[in-house]
Design a protein around this ligand. Structure first.
Ligand SMILES: [Zn+2]
Ligand SMILES: [Zn+2]
Length: 454
């Protein structure tokens, strides 16, 4: 397969003399499989150049599969300017995270409302099929796509393509699950133990496992990170640590900050390479540059084998959020109120308790889809409630997602929570956008695991 970068910038397109080397267009990456299948990751402003190149190639029809990580502007702004969508006879399958009121088609139509754009979604000439995805794996012609939730203040999926023994992972925009990144400051420092004990970090590492190429969010450095907590992006140090842990071959630094000029991007590469050398790693690092092409040889390639409705297994089902009950437990009324205010517009059925004993009783009688519970409370604390639930025989209680609310983010605290069986953490102080995207993710994931869907 070949990979070509059409847009590498994050957040905002940045044309001008400071970005000539690495490019100013926002996220768009073309992947061409050896059998001719065309895959596009994200549709930022870089998609304009890709569209023009596809037209100029003379190939007709121009069919493809567009995978959108999430619908923040820098990932969809090129959509109304992507020429192949305007040509009758072309067919495009468009995939993005969906479910729980998130619908791709509506979001893209919103961007093309008359106030913002002169053409509507219905006026696109190509045949377009929308796929609202949840986490999972499915076949796409001769390849295999794996989608995994990223940690971002919008519901976001990373994508992995495996074909003919070659693999590429596209993982932007993503923030470390462990907020304490102080350990990464020195190049010789060893990675956080949280990478070993945090289930979400382990899941992320497994997602990248042994990939030939990982294109990863590296918008910040560890030194900058304390001012950027909750913005939804990785540091170069974290990206190197997870790539090393996953035994990745090559790491492409991606989603360059609009304030970072070409020299500053090169400095990021230096930071990353020093870290690899300090850890005796074999990881190759480069900063993704607009126009750059990477070739990954495919072996034992099978002929093109179109798969109809390839994504069926991981398409989100439509359900009403009113059927979803969430129990919020905290001895501080302000925290309960904040979470209620954040989650109420989503239409969930919300319950509240202020101590562990009541929480446990309510969990048994009300059987919520999700439990958000404070760690430190008088009486039974969050960990004890979680342990009690995990010891239940009823699978609905035993497997209930339990998310621990805590201001503690040190490695030993993270380890203690996972040892008690918590599903994940929500670190205080909360950012409302993060709470919304994480809650969606926990609920959607649970629904995929449980075949008898609510
Ligand atoms: Zn972005
Ligand atoms: Zn984003």
């Amino acid at each position: 397969m070949h990979i070509r970068f059409w847009g590498t910038r994050g957040s905002l397109a940045k044309a001008g003399p400071t970005t000539l080397r690495y490019g100013g267009n926002t996220s768009c990456v073309e992947v061409g499989m050896a059998d001719g299948t065309l895959i596009v990751f994200d549709c930022g402003t870089g998609a304009h150049g890709l569209g023009q190149a596809l037209l100029a190639s003379g190939k007709r029809p121009i069919d493809g599969h567009l995978f959108i990580t999430h619908t923040h502007w820098d990932h969809i702004q090129g959509f109304p300017f992507f020429a192949p969508l305007f040509i009758p006879g072309n067919t495009w399958d468009i995939y993005a995270p969906g479910g729980l009121g998130n619908r791709l088609e509506e979001t893209l139509a919103g961007q093309m409302e008359y106030t913002y754009f002169p053409l509507t979604l219905e006026q696109l000439g190509a045949t377009i099929r929308f796929h609202d995805l949840v986490e999972g794996t499915f076949d796409l012609n001769g390849g295999r796509i794996t989608a995994r939730y990223l940690n971002h203040p919008a519901l976001a999926l990373g994508y992995r393509l495996d074909v003919g023994g070659a693999s590429v992972v596209y993982a932007t925009d993503h923030e470390p699950h462990t907020r304490d990144q102080s350990h990464t400051l020195a190049p010789h420092a060893s990675p956080s133990r949280a990478l070993e004990v945090h289930r979400e970090e382990q899941g992320h590492i497994a997602f990248l496992s042994q990939a030939d190429l990982v294109i990863h969010d590296t918008q910040y450095t560890a030194a900058e990170y304390p001012q950027k907590v909750g913005w939804g992006h990785s540091t170069v140090e974290y990206a190197v640590d997870v790539a090393l842990a996953a035994r990745v071959k090559r790491l492409a630094l991606f989603h360059h900050d609009p304030l970072r000029d070409d020299a500053a991007v090169e400095h990021l590469v230096d930071i990353g390479r020093q870290r690899v050398v300090a850890r005796d790693g074999a990881l190759e690092i480069f900063a993704a540059a607009e126009g750059q092409v990477v070739e990954l040889p495919e072996m034992g390639q099978s002929p093109a084998r179109p798969v109809a409705h390839a994504a069926a297994g991981v398409e989100a089902s439509e359900t009403t959020n009113a059927a979803v009950t969430i129990l919020i437990v905290d001895d501080e009324p302000d925290i309960v109120r904040l979470l209620q205010v954040t989650l109420r517009p989503e239409g969930f059925h919300l319950l509240a308790a202020h101590d562990g004993e009541t929480a446990l009783q309510m969990a048994r009688t009300e059987r919520p889809s999700l439990l958000l519970i404070d760690w430190q409370m008088p009486g039974r604390d969050g960990l004890e409630v979680c342990r009690a639930l995990r010891a239940e025989t009823d699978p609905q209680l035993r497997d209930m997602p339990v998310v621990l609310l805590t201001a503690q983010s040190k490695d030993e605290h993270v380890a203690a929570g996972f040892a008690a069986g918590v599903t994940d953490y929500l670190t205080k102080p909360f950012y409302p956008a993060y709470v919304r995207s994480r809650v969606r993710e926990w609920l959607l994931r649970k629904r995929v695991e449980t075949p008898e869907r609510a």
